[in-house]
Design a protein around this ligand. Structure first.
Ligand code: ZN
Length: 298
């Protein structure tokens, strides 16, 4: 067994996409049950199920009971299907066991303003998407005055009340800096989602470090390095880890489409790549075990 396999054992993937994702017609690599079984085979400790459309609490609740010795956590992503930045949806998800609240992704003003790539990805599967998004500016956590809007303060308070992690989704790095400040000030655990994703987030090293200095965590995802995604050089992720410190980082798969390997294998590839590029075993352990465990309270 190689070192990467040993480090995959006990790991928690904070950003796990299963199937169906957009719809049944969108090819995925593994459905959530297959995902869970593959994770168990790899001896992982668990994962957070993420969907860009629906809360994953119902599936996570069932899978968590069906697959022994595996912790499977639900989440909610605040896009239009759940009413956007909607505290009611957040509390309902929380009461159903959600552990992570993702800010808007394809419905964020930032994503729409930067080419609406997710709408493009959805178009082959959902014919109504163009009508639904016609003239829509998208969701932002900031008001015209540059301050966090009241609904988002309510969502932060709910994250505090239910001990849920608040993740940035696809909002801009400028929004994330404000959101991280507001969330961490109230003792809420904040995660900056894939800051190197370009042009979507494209955060600078100093912006990423500013989030870490406020107590936020930096989520690095390996899908960005896939040839069909952004073809990001894994070395760029190493630069982030070295710049901010592994104690502030996590490593996740975020692999959606069927052209990816099974997500537990994506995480193994990620671990093996970091080790090959000189990241220490201890640092990989911190980012795949300790930090996700701390964020999820396990
Ligand atoms: Zn994702």
């Amino acid at each position: 067994m190689q070192k990467a396999d040993l480090l995959l054992a006990g790991a928690i993937d904070m950003h796990a996409h299963g199937y169906p994702q957009f719809t049944l017609n969108m090819p995925g690599r593994q459905n959530n049950f297959e995902w869970a079984r593959a994770a168990k085979e790899a001896d992982m400790a668990g994962f957070v199920m993420k969907s860009h459309i629906w809360p994953t609490v119902g599936e996570a609740f069932l899978l968590d009971q069906m697959v022994e010795e595996m912790r499977i956590f639900g989440s909610i992503t605040l896009n239009y299907p759940v009413g956007g930045l909607n505290p009611f949806a957040v509390q309902t998800a929380a009461e159903s066991g959600a552990k992570v609240v993702f800010m808007p992704t394809w419905c964020s003003k930032n994503d729409i303003g930067k080419g609406a790539h997710y709408v493009t990805r959805m178009r082959p599967y959902v014919t109504a998407v163009d009508d639904a998004m016609k003239g829509v500016e998208g969701l932002t956590v900031l008001g015209d005055d540059g301050c966090i809007i009241p609904e988002v303060h309510s969502i932060i308070d709910l994250c505090k009340q239910y001990e849920m992690v608040l993740a940035s989704g696809h909002i801009s790095i400028e929004e994330s800096l404000s959101l991280c400040k507001a969330a961490t000030a109230k003792g809420v655990k904040f995660v900056l989602t894939h800051p190197l994703s370009s042009p979507l987030i494209a955060a600078t090293l100093d912006q990423i470090k500013a989030v870490a200095e406020m107590g936020g965590f930096i989520e690095n995802v390996f899908i960005g390095c896939m040839p069909m995604h952004e073809g990001l050089k894994p070395k760029r992720i190493v630069e982030v880890i070295e710049y901010v410190g592994a104690e502030h980082c996590t490593m996740s798969s975020d692999a959606i489409e069927g052209w990816n390997p099974p997500p537990p294998e994506v995480l193994r590839m990620f671990i093996a790549s970091m080790l090959a590029l000189g990241v220490s075993d201890d640092d990989v352990y911190q980012m795949t075990h300790t930090n996700p465990g701390h964020l999820l309270g396990v």
